[in-house]
Design a protein around this ligand. Structure first.
Ligand SMILES: Cc1ncc(COP(=O)(O)O)c(C=O)c1O
Length: 367
């Protein structure tokens, strides 16, 4: 019996059918979120392994709230706290779990969540799990947010939580700093998903708060992932001690799950140290690569994501296939991930200047 045949056929008909596949490892990767190219840096892998080998246990074994909290987690959390200037930090199994943890536990029955309409699917899923009110505001539009806050302000008992991303994964837009100003003005919690901004933007490559030079307040929360620029896997939440303590007590996807893998923690730790040590070189390279993209494609980006709007599901697949035959892999993103189909090219820092110029020129001739 094929229980879901009708649904699958519909997806095929609308060019939205997906299938996971293994790509040739020799193809030039311009599709993944390994922004800084650390996922194949063997010297860092070796250091992470050596660090972990010295520990009595190399697996996390249990939830953090049982006995799965390891000194390595704690050291890494302290490093993140200090760098980002937050009062406390907690590591989490993944960014997906972190968004579920935050939204599901922070937005209680009488509270109101204001969330950007382009927020990541994990946050949107979490909105279905809560009893509080959910209000979507127009993408990156802080005026729309303020109007919506004003409409609901008479409910004085409600806590307000504003959820945005630092850099949006598909449109590559950076959230304006006015969101932080508004959060403080209305005494709201500000949750910033920094999956695509930490390690990529900011004076110290720390992400959105760093980019806008925002002084950290107790109502600010930062969620960062370790599987993208940090070249490992997992996530972390930075917040006031009060909020971290609350998460430890209420967030189901932190409490009822095995703590972050120690190997991933060790690798993220080494990678973070590497990024901080080499931040000036990395920043210079980011700038020069962004300039190449601008000069050839006319697309100005602040991060390392280049969305190229095609608006035709079939055509993005054709372009992706063609690029693949020339040795490059880029993302062909369709609905429901985006409204209009795009080619998502990642300016990965491990590719050469020549390769970047070449792919930009090829794309220019196809669009
Ligand atoms: C904006 C954003 N938030 C959260 C996640 C989930 O993070 P993870 O892959 O660590 O589960 C992703 C993507 O994976 C993302 O793009």
């Amino acid at each position: 019996m094929k229980f879901y045949e009708k649904e699958l056929n519909l997806l095929v008909k609308s060019n939205r059918f997906r299938k996971r596949k293994i790509f040739d490892e020799n193809i030039i990767d311009m599709a993944s979120n390994d922004y800084l190219g650390l996922a194949k840096k063997k010297s860092l892998l070796k250091k992470a392994y050596q660090r972990l080998s010295k520990e009595k246990y190399h697996s996390s074994k249990a939830s953090m709230l049982v006995n799965g909290y390891h000194p390595l987690h704690q050291k890494f959390e302290k490093k993140l706290m200090k760098l980002n200037n937050f009062e406390d930090c907690i590591t989490v199994g993944s960014g997906f779990l972190a968004n579920i943890a935050l939204i599901e536990s922070l937005v209680r029955k009488k509270d109101i969540l204001f969330i950007d309409e382009q927020y990541h699917a994990s946050g949107i899923l979490a909105t279905k799990l809560i009893q509080g009110k959910v209000v979507f505001f127009k993408h990156n539009n802080y005026e729309d947010l303020e109007n919506k806050i004003k409409e609901l302000l008479n409910n004085k008992n409600a806590r307000m939580i504003i959820a945005i991303e630092g850099v949006y994964s598909m449109s590559a837009t950076v959230a304006p700093k006015e969101f932080a100003i508004l959060a403080t003005k209305y005494n709201a919690i500000l949750l910033v998903d920094e999956a695509h901004s930490s390690g990529v933007i900011g004076k110290n490559l720390l992400g959105w708060y760093d980019y806008w030079d925002i002084k950290i307040e107790p109502n600010y929360i930062k969620m960062g992932t370790l599987g993208k620029a940090y070249g490992s896997f997992g996530a972390y939440i930075l917040a006031s001690s009060h909020i971290v303590s609350y998460l430890e007590n209420r967030a189901k996807s932190i409490i009822y799950t095995t703590s972050l893998s120690l190997f991933d923690t060790s690798l993220a730790f080494e990678n973070l140290k590497y990024i901080q040590k080499n931040k000036n070189t990395i920043k210079d390279k980011i700038k020069s690569y962004q300039k190449i993209v601008y000069d050839i494609l006319g697309i100005k980006v602040d991060s390392l994501i280049v969305p190229i709007e095609i608006n035709d599901n079939k055509k993005v697949l054709v372009i992706q296939k063609e690029l693949q035959s020339l040795g490059y892999i880029v993302g062909a993103i369709r609905q429901p991930t985006v409204k209009k189909a795009i080619i998502r090219m990642i300016i990965k820092l491990d590719i050469t200047k020549k390769q970047l110029i070449n792919i930009c020129q090829i794309i220019k001739n196809r669009i």
